[in-house]
Design a protein around this ligand. Sequence first.
Ligand code: B1M
Length: 210
Amino acid sequence: DELVQQMHDDLYDGLKEEIEESVNILLERGWQPYEILTKALVEGMTIVGVDFRDGILFVPEVLLAANAMKGGMAILKPLLAETGAPTIGKMVIGTVKGDIHDIGQNLVTMMMEGAGFEVKNIGINNPVENYIEACEEFDADILGMSALLTTTMPYMKVVIDEMAEKGIRDNYIVLVGGAPLNEEFGRAIGADAYCRDAAVAVETAKEMMA
Ligand code: B1M
């Protein structure tokens, strides 16, 4: 689709208004919100990621791309949440200490809400205390953690170990995700599951709540 190509370019160039306009056009054309999210926005951000890695794009440009992506996500958010599904569980989610990437976990939040979960998103750069406090206050069933850096992902183990030490680890289903993780890592740190993407997070959460 030509417009989707254009959106990949606009995201690359950090053009927020253009992205918002195009999201609205795709909606008018009858595209499903999830399709727009994955094919236009997430795929576009993958291209940005490759050139960021290769030193073609730098932080300021990637920030603009992230901002444009958030503009598009904001339009889709209410539509994804519109299912009217009854609440099937409560989740706390946040990015770990030292890590400020939040697009992935915002997407997981949107999809979980759309599927009928109540979600408390505690944002970025969370030390272990934040997770524990939020889980207790919110009376969560599920704890979700996100990390996008190989240097921050080990902190997930710190959180799980601390919870185990306090004797509260088994009160929660612990799900982890983020680009540098994999299933083996999830197992090694003692999480209940690694979730490759937001759709898998929803499926896994539903299965484990059943
Ligand atoms: Co950063 N960055 N970044 N960055 N950044 C990466 C992650 C990187 C892979 C880029 C690259 O080199 N190719 C690289 C990490 C390399 C590594 O660790 N091996 C990197 C780096 C190095 C850095 C800095 C260190 C750069 C610097 O300063 N020199 C710095 C670190 C800052 C910090 O955190 N302390 C940095 C900064 C930034 C920006 C601020 C510019 C910006 C973030 C803006 C923001 O989030 N508000 C940014 C961005 C945008 C990226 C890339 C390009 C895109 C990330 C993204 O949003 N993807 C990224 C490249 C890449 O990932 N390919 C990169 C889209 C998003 C939908 O996908 O987050 O993977 P993702 O989430 C998915 C799944 O992973 C999963 O579901 C989501 C939806 O399907 N998932 C979960 C995620 N969390 C989950 C939690 C769950 C379940 C599933 O819980 C249950």
